[in-house]
Design a protein around this ligand. Structure first.
Ligand code: OAD
Length: 236
């Protein structure tokens, strides 16, 4: 892939806030998941070691919620950008609302709820849709299945390819993320100086250098940014 910046290429980088108005809880807002669950119990290798049934129950519930949720106006607006641009969605989200909202090129860096994998061979990945898994559900090599999710202390997925894409994007649109989790948040720092870079978020503790922050809800703001970019104008 060439390192040249392409004005017809957009990277959209998203977090839980883009799915909040589809009814899915974020992690760190006041009603967020990490206020109601102990991260170490459900999202770490040690938690899995200690109580796999609890971890499976947690992700079974998340999977069911995500399957019942519908893409919102922000997910759908992002897909409209494909009319005029090459669009790569890089998401920290484990739901599939971007795909169901019409985005064709979606890269998941923290895994996918619909998928489970073998604890013996990480290449053995299965799409289970809305199904649940319990202890005793095994892969074809006889090992327990686990969620295909990146837990704290595990390696992020698709980091290098995400950096390659953002390095060549003429525009970057960031939506609904606290940017609290690295290395995923660090991908944004790899965007080019001359790229147009916008963040749509309800609040922002530390804005990355060179990004303009538009404060507001994803479903209210994102369709306008998309209209402007499809109309060829600049957001100021
Ligand atoms: P967070 O919960 O940390 O942040 C959500 C962000 O979305 C906050 O900055 C909110 O202000 C914003 N927000 C909430 N509702 C919004 C709305 N309707 N419109 C626009 N913005 C809104 O979620 P993430 O940044 O996605 O990782 O969290 C990053 C990672 O932490 C997740 O991928 C997950 C979690 O631990 C793993 O589990 C590995």
């Amino acid at each position: 892939m060439s390192e040249e910046i392409d004005n017809k290429k957009i990277v959209v980088f998203t977090g839980a806030g883009v799915s909040a108005e589809s009814g899915l809880q974020t992690f760190r807002d006041s009603n967020g998941l990490w206020n109601n669950y102990e991260v170490n119990d459900v999202a770490t290798p040690a938690g899995w070691e200690n109580d796999p049934a609890l971890v499976l129950k947690f992700y079974n519930e998340r999977r069911l919620e995500a399957c019942e949720a519908k893409p919102n106006d922000a997910h759908k607006a992002i897909a409209r950008l494909q009319e005029e641009y090459e669009v790569v969605v890089i998401t920290q989200n484990i739901d599939d609302l971007h795909e169901r909202g019409g985005s064709e090129h979606v890269i998941h860096v923290h895994g996918e709820l619909r998928k489970v994998r073998s604890t013996k061979d990480e290449e053995l990945i299965y799409d289970i849709g809305a199904d649940t898994i319990i202890t005793g559900n095994l892969c074809e090599k006889g090992a327990q299945l686990r969620p295909h999710i990146v837990w704290f202390g595990e390696s992020i997925q698709n980091y290098e390819i995400s950096v390659k894409h953002i390095r060549t994007a003429g525009k970057v649109l960031v939506i609904g993320t606290s940017l609290a989790v690295y290395p995923a948040a660090g991908v944004l720092k790899k965007a080019r100086y001359h790229a147009e870079k916008i963040i749509v978020n309800l609040d922002m503790e530390k804005k990355p250098f060179g990004y303009k922050w538009i404060r507001g809800k994803a479903t209210s703001v994102v369709p306008h940014v998309v209209d402007l970019w499809l109309g060829g104008k600049c957001v100021v």
